[in-house]
Design a protein around this ligand. Structure first.
Ligand code: NAP
Length: 569
């Protein structure tokens, strides 16, 4: 596998940080503009999330045809997926296929961790320095660092004294891990935990202890093999698909029933939910238009999902603990499961309720809760990430007059989730304040990359040295992002990773725009059509002082939609 090396010429038009979906597509688009680009990737291969998260059971939880790139019919047609929810090894191979097909490797530098990015206002250029000390320079610095790329180590007393193997799902080793006949503990029952637990429950481990603090809501994935004809049909309808996906709120196409559920009779509600469950996938919940606007709907669906848990788990006490409680459905990610709940019917799988009996300490060979001690050979941490901002803030980013850590000390502020005031020529892909982690991120990434490349083309054609959003536009957008949350039931549960609550000391600011992928795209296009309203072109000629935002109210079907109002210049 060849890749770019730290060569003699370190000056580029653009430096892209990260070679996941966002970084690879960004590189491709910027190259089409004739720009000289260098991508810096800390991993030893491409794929971002899908390079690092290689734990047993890791697979996408959005149908893979909707979760792969859609911008190139050739790229889509040239790859055959084996399953509807493709497993990680296949997705990682796909990332390599994309890198090869688009000839990306020569501009991607692997094993290159960025330590700092410093803006030089005099030259309007970024100096990006690696942990090796090498410095590269670029007019544009593009953060394609991912929303879930900075793993979070749990703060459990004694964790460093454990003498068995500690494995992070987000940093799973590339060499085979031997778990046969081992006593394995898993901490964490979010998306990663649920997948690794389901997989290991079917492996010949001696015991599997699941330490659960918060139960997750989940619906069945109903994964199945895919044949070539399905892919060919998708390619034939690709243009229509691209058009339709843009009009969705979530970046996903709905399968099966959709519409509000609060007004349905009990039997109609039950029929509708059972029909959705037979189809499975994200559409079970995605079709509930009033999930985040009606408490009645939300409670009704929550109770229904709890009932499905009780139907699958034989031991009633275990089933009770597995039923998500104490937060609103949708406040945390709703998961897709494959035989997850049924795993607890096996004798060697034990659920430990660490909400009721909290973890006390990890010793050399065990985990102790307030009620019992569990001897372990291997401990798996599926404990999540410093989401949304962790990877960017890990880099020492210094703008024209301030550090990013300082600028965001009360939470991230952005304009459209794409740029931030005081950091000229620095773009973010799927950054905080964009739909990113509350959408099909691939759709959001493609939209961002295409919008940013058009913008860069405009800047280059108009010989703009430096661009940044006005403070007023940024404040207005940041307020709008918060208003969008407050317009939904999401405002009630602030104790979630989406609000940054899983990281001690992190400001409680909602990390994504929940107004919808469709509304967001219209807003971005509107900003573009108005000559990139809200941005300063060159610090010496500020224009477009402010932008007013308006709330358009719920859509007719009860779901949420936001839009920009008329500008105030
Ligand atoms: P997560 O959703 O943040 O889950 C972390 C889990 O660890 C939670 O159950 C949390 O419990 C638990 N935890 C953390 N610290 C703990 C402690 N000290 N003691 C006990 N429990 C502790 O992280 P994730 O599962 O890695 O998922 C993160 C995001 O990655 C997801 O939202 C999803 O978007 C993405 N993801 C996607 C896929 C996919 O597409 N297939 C797969 C994996 C991940 P509390 O909730 O009580 O804090």
């Amino acid at each position: 596998m060849t890749s770019a090396s730290a060569d003699s010429s370190m000056d580029f038009d653009a430096i892209v940080i990260g070679a996941g979906w966002a970084g690879m597509y960004m590189l491709h688009r910027l190259r089409l503009l004739g720009l000289r680009v260098r991508v810096l990737e800390s991993g030893g291969g491409v794929g971002g999330t899908w390079y690092w998260n290689r734990y047993p059971g890791a697979r996408c939880d959005i149908p893979i045809l909707n979760y792969a790139y859609s911008f190139s019919p050739e790229l889509v047609a040239g790859w055959t997926w084996s399953e509807r929810y493709a497993p990680q090894p296949e997705i990682e191979r796909y990332a390599n296929y994309v890198a090869d097909t688009l000839d990306l490797r020569r501009d991607i530098q692997l094993n290159a961790r960025v330590a700092s990015a410093v803006y030089d206002a005099g030259n309007a250029r970024w100096a990006v320095t690696l942990t090796t000390g090498d410095t590269l320079s670029g007019k544009y610095c593009i953060m394609a660092t991912g929303a879930f790329s900075e793993p979070k180590k749990p703060d459990i007393p004694g964790i460093d004294s454990f003498e068995g193997d500690i494995l992070y799902t987000a940093r799973w080793p590339r060499t085979p891990v031997q778990l046969t006949d081992k006593r394995v503990g898993v901490i964490g029952t979010g998306a990663s935990g649920m997948q690794v637990i389901s997989a290991l429950a079917h492996e010949p481990v001696d015991r599997l202890y699941v330490f659960q603090r918060t139960a997750s809501f989940a619906t069945p994935a109903h994964n199945r093999p895919m044949d070539r004809s399905e892919i060919d049909a998708f390619v034939a309808g690709l243009d229509d698909y691209r058009r339709s996906i843009r009009r969705t709120g979530s970046g996903m196409l709905q399968e099966g029933p959709s519409g509000p559920v609060s007004g349905l009779s009990d039997s109609d509600f039950e029929d509708r939910m059972r029909q959705s469950l037979r189809i499975g996938g994200p559409s079970v919940i995605g079709g509930i238009a009033d999930l985040l606007s009606s408490e009645v709907a939300n409670k009704r669906v929550s109770e229904f999902l709890r009932r499905t848990v009780r139907e699958q788990v034989k031991d009633t006490a275990t089933a009770d603990v597995l039923c998500a409680n104490g937060y609103m459905l949708g406040a945390r990610r709703i998961l897709l499961e494959s035989d997850y709940f049924e795993a607890y019917n096996q004798d060697h799988v034990t659920l430990v309720d660490v909400k009721r009996n909290p973890l006390v300490e990890i010793t050399a060979r065990s985990i102790r809760t307030t009620a019992a001690e569990y001897d372990l050979d291997t401990l798996i941490l599926a404990t999540g990430f410093d989401s949304g901002t962790g990877a960017v803030l890990r880099i020492d980013v210094q703008g024209s007059s301030q550090e990013l850590k300082e600028a965001w000390k009360d939470g991230p502020t952005t304009y459209l989730g794409v740029m931030t005031h005081g950091f000229p020529n620095m773009f973010m892909i799927a950054g905080p304040g964009s739909p990113s982690i509350r959408s099909n991120v691939m759709v959001s990434i493609e939209q961002h990359v295409e919008w940013i490349s058009e913008f860069v083309e405009y800047l280059e054609k108009n010989a703009v040295r430096a661009v940044e959003p006005s403070e007023a536009a940024e404040q207005a957008w940041t307020r709008h992002v918060a208003d969008a949350v407050d317009a939904t039931l999401l405002r009630r549960d602030r104790d979630t990773q989406y609000f940054g609550a899983n990281v001690p000391g992190k400001p409680r600011v909602y990390l994504a725009y929940v107004g919808g992928v469709d509304a967001y795209r219209i807003i971005c296009e509107d900003v573009r059509d108005k000559g990139y309203e809200g941005f300063y072109f060159n610090p010496e000629s500020p224009r477009r002082a402010a932008t007013r935002l308006a709330w358009s109210g719920p859509r007719d079907d009860g779901s949420i939609s936001m839009r920009f109002g008329s500008p105030v210049i």
